[in-house]
Design a protein around this ligand. Structure first.
Ligand code: PMP
Ligand code: GLN
Length: 380
């Protein structure tokens, strides 16, 4: 049957494609961003405990109160910013649903949404599903930070929102408070909203803080601040995330949320709420991954592929421009087939600008996996 396609140009996500190729060729999978080690057994025991206790029916639509309370407390401790437990937080089925819901609740056909390229793969299709138009701005190597003059120039009367992602996937760049102030100055007398994807908020290195968009007053009032326990608690398969936003925005968010998903799985919410009572649950994550970043850099010393600086996330970019490979698709296909190593090309993160000659390594893996996988790059 023929019908008009809503996303005619969308292909399978590169993360699914490269994980599938890793399986097909028996390659070490340093492509899709998920840990190959398990979550804390204490956290898993808590889920079992709450399931056996009978917490198995629908949770309240905005999330169980204990988890909302724990998230608000964590955000206060981490960012010194308060949100109201009842009116300013919604628990979501991962960050993806929160981003999709924030877009669905605000973007009308013909609205423009500013995104930065390289762009996380979900943003543009989610904007287009609502009839919105993405307006890409290039992040330039080597530091991949926004040029705020470009942002100012990109704003038009049709701009509905801007999507920010810090720490940034795939570049590992991180915004600081002066970046936020620049953005605040630009947006001050506009009605532009912000969707701030902060899923790597607890993975920031070199003793630098994560500066949430919410920490800037001008930005807080116009922002959906989104995160995910998948990254922080090594539970990407649980799909539990959240959205913090002022009441007027949360009201609109929940109107869509209640009909998209209604609520999120109950025992996981209770378990995470309990687990967060000990703040080391999230405070240790940056140093844990910093060691993995440093091991990755050490292992890359034997290769001629040059690493860029990673300030946050669990991704490392390396430069292959001195090789004979034409593009990232070519080199990653070669690596997975011939060298048993699956990595991510940058081309799928670009729609307007040309992808730089960089490929992405995920270091959320056991040390022995990193050693085994990265050995293959010594051939360069
Ligand atoms: N945003 C970014 C930048 C991500 O890297 C990811 C996933 N890894 C997500 C959103 C999606 O998070 P979730 O799995 O919680 O939906
Ligand atoms: N965000 C993860 C990554 O960047 C993948 C998530 C997914 O596969 N949708 O690899």
């Amino acid at each position: 049957m023929k019908f008009q396609l809503k996303l005619p140009n969308v292909k399978n996500s590169i993360f699914a494609v490269m994980s599938q190729k890793a399986n097909e060729f028996g390659a070490v999978n340093l492509s899709q961003g998920f840990p190959d080690f398990d979550a804390d057994p204490k956290l898993i025991d808590l889920v079992t405990y709450y399931m056996k206790k009978g917490c198995n029916q629908y949770a309240p639509m905005p999330g169980v109160p204990a988890l909302r309370q724990a998230i608000v407390k964590k955000h206060q401790a981490h960012q010194d910013v308060e949100y109201d437990v009842n009116t300013e937080i919604t628990v979501t089925a991962g960050a993806t649903q929160a981003i999709a819901t924030a877009i669905a609740a605000t973007v009308c056909p013909g609205d423009e949404v500013i995104v930065f390229e390289p762009t996380y793969d979900a943003y543009v299709p989610l904007i287009e599903l609502q009839g919105g138009i993405s307006v890409p701005i290039e992040l330039k190597a080597p530091d991949f930070k926004p040029d705020w003059a470009d942002v100012k120039n990109a704003i038009s009367p049709k701009t509905k929102a801007i999507i920010i992602n810090s720490p940034h996937n795939p570049c590992g760049s991180v915004l600081d408070s002066s970046d936020l102030q620049e953005l605040a100055n630009i947006l001050k007398n506009t009605k532009v909203l912000i969707i701030s994807d902060e899923v790597y908020e607890h993975i920031v290195f070199d003793e630098k803080p994560h500066v949430s968009i919410s920490s800037n007053r001008e930005l807080r009032k116009r922002s959906f601040v989104i995160s995910s326990f998948g990254k922080t608690l090594h539970t990407t398969g649980w799909k539990v995330g959240y959205c913090l936003a002022p009441e007027v925005l949360t009201n609109e968010f929940r109107k869509a949320h209640q009909f998209i998903v209604y609520s999120v799985n109950t025992p996981m919410q209770y378990a995470i709420a309990d687990y967060l009572q000990d703040s080391t649950a999230y405070e240790r994550v940056s140093s844990f991954y910093e060691e993995k970043r440093n091991l990755t850099l050490k292992l890359l010393k034997k290769s001629s592929l040059k690493p860029l600086h990673t300030s946050g996330t669990y991704f490392q970019l390396v430069d292959y421009s001195h090789t004979n490979f034409e593009n990232g698709i070519e080199i990653t296909n070669y690596l997975v087939k011939e060298k048993s190593l699956s990595l991510i090309p940058l081309e799928p993160f670009y729609q307007k600008y040309e992808a730089p000659k960089l490929i992405r390594i995920c270091f959320a893996k056991k040390d022995k996996t990193l050693k085994k996988g990265l050995k293959s790059l010594n051939a360069f």
